[in-house]
Design a protein around this ligand. Sequence first.
Ligand code: NAD
Length: 289
Amino acid sequence: MTTIAFLGLGNMGGPMAANLVQAGHTVHGFDPVPEAVKAAQQNGVETFPTAVEAVAVAEVVITMLPSGAIVKNLYAEILPASRTGALFIDSSTISVDDARAIHQQAGEHGFAQLDAPVSGGVKGAAAGTLAFMVGGDDDAFAAARSTLDPMAGKVIHCGAAGAGQAAKVCNNMVLAVQQIAVGEAFVLAEKLGLSDQALYDVITGATGNCWAVQTNCPVPGPVPTSPANNEFTPGFATALMNKDLGLAMDAVASTGSRAPLGTHAAQLYKSFAEQHAGLDFSAIITSLH
Ligand code: NAD
């Protein structure tokens, strides 16, 4: 079994670290927020007063943090203090450019490093069914499997450093466009006198089908478990979709891509998030009437 340092024990990191303990790994944790530390201790994580102490003997170092700037700063602090041969895995959602920069930062200190962002949300983190999208070299990916598997439903090696973050922003840009398109269709259908159930039955059996309607249907009724039935309690919060679309727009700008629909979706979610950051992102339908 492996000694794993887990830095960032928040909504996602907390349950992910707990699953590593459950799998028999020794987990050394650090988070600046006392409530996060306490919850992690209750799940069997051994916590430390600083990140440097948490990484000291770790063979694997996982970060699950709010932003690329925070990951970069933390790496600058812990890389000089980490054990020779340690494998670094960053599961935070950050920009492709930041992911490549921290990969290089780790490499300069002689460490292998992977970007491994996730989808599946807090529920997937608790259930150990997250989808990991991984960027980095083959050897590091192979070495990471026994660490990632207890937290994962699916682990996909997407390519070289940054490829995991690239896959995540591309997927979420598609999802945002689809959720808006599905919302527009239900609003138009209502105005045309078509019932929600009829439209649902037709789309899910036809070529417009996608997760945004089949699972995350934005009107109450057809899918009883969708957030629309529960006042748009997330699910996947608008704030997080807005963050991910910001990262997608960074990638669009830095590559000189066009992405006209993705760009429009990012604008719509940016203004929707000003008032409704805490609602599920399918609530965008309420702005489309
Ligand atoms: P969170 O805010 O609940 O947790 C982040 C944690 O990092 C906090 O506990 C914070 O105290 C800690 N932290 C901040 N600076 C730190 C430092 N220097 N050292 C150690 N810990 C530090 O956020 P979250 O929802 O757990 O999300 C974490 C990452 O996962 C984000 O990048 C987010 O975009 C991504 N993500 C979240 C979800 C989701 O549904 N919540 C889904 C997929 C991906």
